[in-house]
Design a protein around this ligand. Structure first.
Ligand code: SAH
Length: 241
């Protein structure tokens, strides 16, 4: 009798509550595998043979199809950037993974992202870090991403609309900072807001010339070192600076 009840309950739960977004689980697993292959292939440039387990777990968990326009959901798990409106793009999953990995984010870290865009990168960071702050300059994008992240239960992400060049001084200093738009130089306010020992990842270069993903490390004495990682293509960092 007990067994019948257990079996009945099992079937009830399977049919009454089918797994949400189940159709995207296999494509997402495939995307994670592709991103891991890309990361292994880029090891000689990045200096890291494989993505950290936290990054892999976050990529496998965050539902990218929720962060792209409804008509794009079918392409959400391609290892490609996609348009998100307002002339902006959600970055390629491999680049999201690589940038997250380079920052060496740990549980409990306080992280700043410049360029919220769709909110996808912020969600990946929120899976790993303690608290994420993210700034977007285009108001409708920033507001939409803020609502989406809250509705998905990311209570450890705070978003704001503004010019990220100047960072988020009230919440500083940060363990890590990520800039997801290409700048001509590393914004000095962001260096100031980075903790000694902290990492910043930022694409440097202009819109029409080759850009490089840079890893900036702030030393204990406050000096900074820069390492060029990979050529990349990002939308420009805009604003009044
Ligand atoms: N991280 C995003 C991808 C962002 S694309 C994601 O996961 O979807 C880069 C974003 O940076 C764009 O949305 C762009 O509007 C924003 N941006 C450009 N200049 C900015 C600035 N000065 N401050 C804040 N955001 C900026």
């Amino acid at each position: 009798m007990k067994r019948h009840f257990a079996l009945g309950a099992f079937f009830f739960f399977c049919f009454a509550f089918p797994s949400r977004g189940g159709e995207f689980d296999a494509p997402r697993r495939k995307m994670v595998a592709e991103v891991q292959r890309d990361a292994a292939g880029a090891a000689s440039s990045t200096g890291s043979p494989a993505l950290g387990p936290g990054v892999v777990a976050a990529l496998g968990k965050v539902e990218r199809h929720r962060f792209v326009p409804a008509g794009m959901a079918a392409f959400a798990y391609y290892n490609r950037p996609l348009p998100i409106g307002h002339g902006q793009t959600i970055s390629q999953p491999f680049i999201v993974a690589l940038m997250t990995d380079l920052m060496k984010v740990k549980a409990g870290d306080k992280v700043l992202e410049i360029g919220t865009g769709s909110g996808y990168q912020a969600a990946i960071l929120a899976e790993i870090a303690g608290q994420v702050y993210s700034i977007e300059i285009i108001e409708p994008l920033g507001k939409q991403a803020g609502y989406l992240l809250k509705s998905l239960g990311y209570s450890n992400v705070e978003t704001r609309v503004g010019d990220g060049y100047y960072g988020w001084p009230e919440a500083a200093p940060f363990d890590a900072i990520m800039v997801t738009a290409a700048a001509s130089h590393v914004p000095p306010p962001l260096i100031k807001q980075l903790k000694p020992g902290g990492h910043m990842v930022i694409p440097l270069g202009s819109q029409f010339m080759v850009q490089y993903l840079m890893l900036v490390e702030k030393q204990q004495d406050g000096s900074v070192t820069n390492r060029q990682i990979l050529p990349v293509r990002f939308v420009p960092l805009t604003g009044g600076h």
